[in-house]
Design a protein around this ligand. Structure first.
Ligand code: AQP
Length: 332
């Protein structure tokens, strides 16, 4: 059995990008609880300006949505990052392994630091070190595979580099994980700006489909999606026609088809958008319905998270203790 770990940040409402790029893969992984770990990575939400009450609300909502999407607490461990201290304990050792230069090269750091600077906020130190905490999240569990969207590829590469470096310096301690991505829709693009990722913390929400959007809102957003002008009808070309390629990718991910083959079936964008809207509405319908049921019973979600944290702690502690011993710290 393969041990997998992945997480979602409570920085906004979960999007179609989160679902197709990551969450759907988590649900598909038929697992034992100790082999599949999924986490609401709340500490990562503190790396940019945030409102405490909102982070708390979004953390609870993210956990509820993950259950509504089909994660089964009998087959996986679902927990909140800040409930398991081993993540931050290990992060410090990995900060002693990473270099300033390699963290400054991270694309997400550059983009988010530029955004923070432009809005007049200082760049938090934790924004720079966030990939190290993410590496700790992953390495603490002896993770083999990390199912994530394409945008996390560079961070998982860094995690691999840190694991290899630590093992070479201090003796074999960590399993070296690899990222896995879905075959289509590994990077769902914003419907209003198809050259940018659909991101849950972006300000212009017109191009973002949220998992809890009502069907008519989903339809409106899809029907108003920016498409591309050009000869030759609907084609799948991510470079030259990012808008239509994105819609075809979403349709393919929802219906199980091949985006290039699907393109041949359309003469114009109107019909394509209508089919995409229908497919997304149907995909999200059960998630919304189940979310409403679960949200009515917050005690159940809290129980799942408490149990999950207990299980996660028991798995992470021996790995982190081994790392503390390997790096030269005295036993407690
Ligand atoms: N657009 C996307 N397409 C495919 N996969 C995506 N993921 C995120 N966006 C897309 C994947 O979802 C998982 C959880 O993402 P996250 O919570 O770590 O980050 P985020 O949703 O991108 O939110 P942020 O960091 O706050 O970003 P912005 O500022 O862009 O909104 C991950 O596996 C991710 O790959």
């Amino acid at each position: 059995m393969t041990r997998i770990f992945s997480g979602v940040k409570p920085t906004g409402h979960l999007t179609l990008g989160n679902y197709l790029g990551a969450v759907r893969q988590w649900v598909a992984a038929d697992q034992e609880p100790d082999e599949a770990l999924f986490c609401v990575v709340d500490l990562h939400a503190l790396t940019v300006e945030h409102e405490p009450a909102r982070v708390r609300r979004l953390s609870r909502q993210a956990a509820t949505l993950l259950l509504a999407s089909g994660l089964d607490p009998r087959r996986c461990t679902l927990f909140v990052q800040s409930h398991v201290d081993e993540h931050t304990r290990l992060a410090y050792l990995l900060e002693c392994t990473a270099t300033d230069g390699e963290l400054r090269r991270m694309i997400q750091y550059r983009e988010k630091a530029a955004r923070a600077q432009a809005s007049g906020d200082g760049v938090r130190l934790s924004l720079l070190t966030y990939p190290v905490l993410m590496a700790a999240d992953i390495l603490a569990y002896g993770t083999q595979e990390v199912p994530v969207g394409e945008d996390q590829r560079q961070h998982v590469e860094l995690t691999r580099d840190l694991a290899v470096r630590f093992n070479q310096r201090y003796g074999h301690t960590f399993t070296v994980p690899k990222a896995t991505h879905p075959a289509v829709a590994a990077r769902v693009m914003d419907l209003q700006d198809p050259t940018a990722k659909m991101g849950k913390s972006h300000e212009n929400t017109a191009g973002i489909v949220y998992l809890l959007d009502e069907p008519e809102v989903v339809r409106r957003k899809v029907m108003r999606a920016v498409t591309d002008s050009g000869e030759g009808g609907v084609v799948h070309d991510r470079e030259a026609r990012p808008g239509s390629a994105n819609l075809l990718d979403v349709l393919a991910a929802c219906t199980g088809g091949d985006p290039k083959v699907l393109a041949d079936g359309y003469q114009g964008y109107g019909a394509l958008k209508r089919d995409v809207a229908d497919a997304v509405v149907e995909l999200l319908r059960p998630v919304r319905e189940r979310h409403a049921e679960l949200a009515a019973d917050p005690g159940e979600v809290e129980r799942v998270l408490r149990d999950g944290a207990g299980r996660a702690r028991a798995l992470a502690r021996p790995v982190v203790d081994r790392a503390y011993a390997a790096i030269g710290l005295l036993d407690r």
